[in-house]
Unconditional design. Structure first.
Length: 809
């Protein structure tokens, strides 16, 4: 029975396997028989319905064979009239994004290409080829070259009948429509490489990748060390190209449609004051019909770093968070370096044989092969609300020809006619520029560095009817917002900015050539304020040099900025005081050998200083020395690199708090005890008494004369001491506390500090008072040695008792 059952089970299993195999073969054969010529790699959105492809007249292209019109095709469901008037991508004839502002580009007359951003398998190379060959009407159709819907022919493109049903509508598997991905954006805007398995290659000089070409920005989750680019020190660069790409963010997560109901931000300023949340949103169906193709860009609508990140909680190590973020954009620290080459200068006053200008690149070695990367320059970026922050930029210097009163740019065709006769350079151009007389022009020779060379080209342009052809030059800024990184790769060291060699003022080379001797001008922009100037060295190279104290920046960076005249005056005061007390002490020693000081003076042992007075004095002494040292480190950190800048700032604030508390308690004590009277000079006879005391210090002390005024517990100070302490306690110390509090409060109460000129005024004034206090300390310490013995006054301040001179009268 058991053996029979086993045989039955085995038989059933064999039959089942046979049936399964037969079914698999049948299914595979059916799939092979009905398979289209080319299946798309991505099915796109499963929700998008099938649709017919229409031509410019709204007729089905499977019937007419004409080019696809996306305006007509997509317009059957979407309001393409609205879309094409609410977009920066409406001109389908453009091949690179951002070359010039859209409102300054003449229209190509080619309609908007919806497939460019919404097809699952767009072929932008075929699109560009169609545009360059003069077949712009086929550009939309060319985008579908890899989908199996169309195939290229000698006269354009043919439609694959297998991709359509009997009604001329695309079959479901060929719909291939989806939301835009980062790869779509990268087709025009710059290098986007989301494949971690294929090593990334960074192009050099590819204008079609415009953002990468002008700034070196690359969007990729791949580690630089794993890529295929020839980058200096690549193996040690274990960071990713862009942390947001690593975290699987897409471009549209930040650059979303302005009327997308799930992402659009309501205008809070237009809402009633009582309304904290407005639940009203556009209906999603309405949005699908009329999606705005104006995307969040710039500094007003686009998501900022703070939209997603709570920086204060992750930057607890950074002191003065609000102060830093009000002056610095997040990218300033989180895009410290670009690892792809970027355009540095373009000399369009000359023309190569291929019709191109002479370009130079930053972040590229002289051999033109090894990529070294570059550090962006920091410029003041102006936000929509008028606030400004230092942000990373690349700056590109361009030279070109212009003519006429309105400074019309000379076209490439006009410049070609000036340089060429047929396919070769004109004879007079060769004669003027061919330095080695070999009959060819290299990039080194293609430069108008003398007036004679300029005149040759200017005359040939004038011969074409151009009025007053001349060379114009400008520096154009390009903002950098990608290539973000965190952790150890971001700027974290305080000394990177708070030092003499501050990151904030790192100069950026512009060009080693100056065609026609024309110095470039800094382009006027509502987005950028130029916080620096252009300089030229002896070799002729020009450089942009930022400055924190420039009118556009008006920054005061501790450790970097200082008012030189104040430091000079301060050093002279300290040196003068030190020299003065040294000379005075030397004369006292020399005089002491000739005169026995105070030999005939009677002394009285008296309790002079209370416990609190001594405690207050020595605590104040320690605090002042602490403030002086930490303040000096903050003021000149490069001289004290052993000490942490951040720690010194914190210690300085702690010492300042102790100073204020100690001073407040001392004021209360002296008011309550009546001791305050000792610090107030009495007007009657004060001047004569002060002169008498001065005479003692200048003459009497060298002769061994007794002190002119008796020191008592109720009158510890002589007239000069009273005047000095009156100025110190009523002027210098309050001013130092006030300016220090305002500097500290520039984070909490920036408006109050700005009312008094901000840090550029408060910090130098604070420094000046500090120098005065240091000078006072030097003189004060020396004056303690003028008692009946050099250490008598110091001993009295320690023990409380003093041996004072007894006056007969």
């Amino acid at each position: 029975m058991t053996r029979l059952t086993s045989r039955i089970v085995i038989g059933l299993v064999v039959v089942a396997i046979a049936l399964f195999g037969a079914a698999a073969v049948v299914i595979a054969q059916e799939a092979t028989e009905t398979a289209p010529v080319s299946l798309p790699r991505d099915d796109g959105s499963p929700l998008h319905p099938v649709y017919p492809l229409l031509d410019a007249n709204g007729e089905n292209v499977t019937i007419t064979g004409q080019p696809i019109s996306t305006v007509q095709t997509c317009g059957t469901c979407h309001d393409t009239a609205y879309i094409t008037t609410h977009t920066l991508h409406g001109d389908g004839g453009r091949t690179a994004a951002g070359a010039v502002p859209p409102d300054e580009v003449p229209s190509t007359g080619i309609e908007m290409n919806c497939f460019l951003c919404h097809a699952t398998m767009p072929n932008n190379t075929a699109r560009v080829a169609a545009l360059e060959s003069g077949q712009g009407e086929w550009a939309n159709t060319a985008m579908l070259s890899d989908t199996g819907i169309v195939s290229a022919t000698d006269n354009g493109f043919a439609y694959n009948a297998e991709a359509f049903d009997t009604n001329g509508t695309l079959k479901t598997e060929y719909v291939g429509i989806q939301d835009p991905t980062s790869d779509h954006c990268g087709a025009c805007h710059g290098v986007v490489h989301l494949d971690n398995q294929t090593p990334i290659a960074v192009p050099i000089g590819d204008e079609n990748a415009w953002r990468t070409f002008t700034t070196g920005q690359v969007v990729s989750p791949q580690r630089i060390s794993n890529g295929g680019a020839n980058i200096s020190g690549r193996d040690e660069l274990t960071r990713t190209w862009d942390v947001h790409a690593e975290r699987v963010l897409n471009c549209v997560d930040c650059h979303y449609s302005l009327n997308n109901p799930t992402l659009a931000q309501p205008n809070a300023s237009a809402a009633p004051e009582h309304l904290t949340f407005d639940p009203r949103r556009a209906d999603f169906g309405e949005y699908l019909e009329r999606p705005s193709h104006e995307f969040a860009t710039g500094t007003d609508a686009m998501r900022s770093c703070s939209t997603c990140h709570e920086g204060a909680s992750s930057h607890t190590w950074l002191p003065y968070w609000d102060r830093h973020t009000s002056a610095l954009a997040c990218e300033t620290c989180h895009v410290p370096q670009l690892y792809a080459p970027a355009l540095q200068s373009r000399d369009a006053t000359v023309m190569r044989l291929d019709g191109s200008a002479v370009d130079t690149y930053r972040g590229l070695a002289d051999d033109g092969v090894l990529i070294t990367g570059y550090q962006p320059v920091l410029l003041q970026q102006v936000d929509a609300d008028g606030s400004q922050q230092l942000s990373p930029f690349n700056v590109v210097t361009v030279w070109y020809w212009a003519a006429g009163e309105d400074q019309t740019v000379v076209t490439d065709e006009q410049l070609r006619a000036a340089y060429f006769e047929g396919e070769t350079y004109a004879a007079d151009v060769i004669a003027a520029l061919d330095g080695d007389a070999d009959g060819t022009l290299t990039d080194v020779e293609l430069v108008l560095d003398t007036q004679e060379k300029v005149d040759v080209i200017a005359n040939r342009l004038a011969a074409q009817g151009l009025s007053n052809p001349r060379i114009v030059s400008e520096v154009i800024p390009y903002a950098i917002h990608h290539g973000v990184i965190g952790g150890e790769w971001a700027t974290r060291e305080c000394q990177d900015c708070h030092s003499q060699e501050s990151r904030l003022v790192v100069a950026m080379p512009l060009s080693n050539r100056v065609p026609g001797g024309i110095q470039p001008t800094l382009t006027d922009s509502d987005m950028v304020k130029w916080n620096g100037t252009i300089t030229q060295d002896e070799s002729g190279s020009i450089t942009f040099v930022p400055a924190t104290e420039s009118p556009a920046a008006r920054l005061y960076v501790f450790g970097h900025d200082s008012v030189e005249i104040i430091d000079v005056i301060g050093v002279l005061m300290v040196l003068g005081a030190s020299l003065g007390v040294t000379v005075h002490a030397t004369l006292r020693v020399m005089a002491g050998r000739r005169h026995a000081a105070h030999t005939n003076v009677s002394l009285r042992h008296e309790y002079m200083y209370s416990v609190y007075e001594r405690q207050w004095h020595w605590l104040q002494t320690a605090v002042i020395f602490g403030l002086t040292f930490t303040g000096l480190v903050v003021h000149k950190p490069e001289m004290f690199s052993l000490f942490s800048f951040a720690w010194m700032v914190d210690l300085h604030n702690v010492f300042a708090l102790l100073l204020v508390i100690n001073a407040a308690l001392a004021l209360f004590y002296h008011l309550a005890s009546g001791e305050i009277k000792q610090f107030i000079p009495r007007p009657y006879g004060f001047f004569d008494q002060m002169m008498q005391q001065a005479g003692y210090y200048l003459r009497g002390i060298f002769r061994g004369d007794p002190h002119p005024f008796e020191k008592r517990r109720d009158q510890k100070m002589n007239p000069i001491q009273q005047l000095t302490y009156f100025g110190l306690l009523n002027v210098l110390l309050p001013l130092q506390i006030l300016t220090g509090a305002l500097i500290w409060g520039a984070q909490q109460f920036p408006e109050l500090a700005n009312m008094l000129g901000g840090l550029p005024i408060l910090a130098p004034f604070h420094t000046l008072i500090a120098w005065l206090l240091v000078m006072f300390v030097i003189v004060h310490v020396y004056m303690t040695t003028t008692g009946h013995t050099p250490m008598a006054n110091i001993k009295a301040m320690v023990m409380g008792y003093d041996d004072v001179e007894i006056k007969e009268n």
